[in-house]
Design a protein around this ligand. Structure first.
Ligand code: SF4
Length: 182
């Protein structure tokens, strides 16, 4: 899809509320319905997962879109994604595997409920290589939309909207291996 054509429904993999705050308004310009999918078993503790989930749900309620949280399973993420890649720098192979894991969960959810298109808020962050996110999306399932949300000052928009809405903004990416990279 080009960003101009109209889609019926789009599932938005939501890495966090602040990033999604720049994506939802843009998606609503090109889709009739947006479902935020909080699929983030990369987060290092259930408490932090809940903090970020609550912020994302607050955004969904504010913007009038649907919200679903995929079951948190950090043990599975550690064994399927991080094992053997613990020492990788942020942006390296562990992160590519992490993108694929979360986008697969999103694609599986979208397919299960009949949503044909999905994309990700990960491209808002200047720390995330959009081409790597696109590659993971294409590998994750049918119907990935290559939307580079950091374009048109997307990150700045996310900072502004998150502050206006009082959304919790974390200071590390998510996994325990990213805690010493900030
Ligand atoms: S640093 Fe972020 S993207 Fe990379 S593996 Fe950890 S949680 Fe995933």
């Amino acid at each position: 899809m080009s960003e101009q054509s109209k889609e019926e429904s789009v599932a938005l993999h939501t890495c966090c509320g602040p990033c999604a705050s720049a994506c939802v308004p843009r998606l609503l310009e090109c889709a009739d319905k947006v479902v935020m999918v909080f699929a983030n078993s990369n987060i290092d503790s259930a408490e932090e997962f809940e903090r970020r989930r609550a912020a994302a749900q607050k955004l969904a309620e504010r913007d009038g879109v649907d919200f679903v949280a995929i079951e948190y399973n950090h043990e599975e993420w550690l064994s399927e994604v991080a094992s053997g890649f613990e020492g990788e720098a942020e942006g390296g192979a562990r992160c590519e595997r992490c993108f694929l894991y979360s986008l697969r969960k999103t694609a599986e959810y979208a397919a299960a409920v009949g949503i044909k298109k999905f994309t990700s808020s990960l491209t808002v962050s200047p720390h995330k290589n959009s081409k790597k996110v696109f590659a993971a999306g294409a590998a994750a399932g049918e119907g990935f939309l290559e939307m580079d949300f950091k374009k048109k000052d997307g990150f700045l928009l996310s900072v502004r909207r998150a502050a206006e809405l009082g959304l919790y903004r974390q200071n590390y990416c998510g996994c325990e291996f990213s805690r010493n990279m900030v």
